[in-house]
Ligand binder design. Sequence first.
Ligand code: FES
Length: 121
Amino acid sequence: MAKHIVCRFDELDVGKITPAKIGRTPIIVSKLPSGQVRAMGGRCPHQGAGLEHGCISGRTESEAPNELAFCDYGETLRCPWHGFEFSLIDGRSVVPGTGHLPMKLRLFDVEVEGDDVVVTI
Ligand code: FES
């Protein structure tokens, strides 16, 4: 395991995907609404699309027909290819009915050291 500076903290924003590379390994970095930073593998666990082309937003929930609630803004990553959505909190798929599939974002340990975002891989 080694630490790698991947970007500056002031490059990050909620809802923004910041791409980086560690060696030849693509990763993406984003800031959550809580201020925490997440660093993830840059390839979708479904079929390998480049997640730097995805988008971060929220998701909708429904408790009853014709009622939708928008939630988890800044905590949901949508793949640009088939549109699967993943939680930036734990990396799991948030698409209903996909919990049985072995699809999960690869999350890396990340720290902010001074102005730098440092990923351990
Ligand atoms: S490659 Fe990402 S959802 Fe299919």
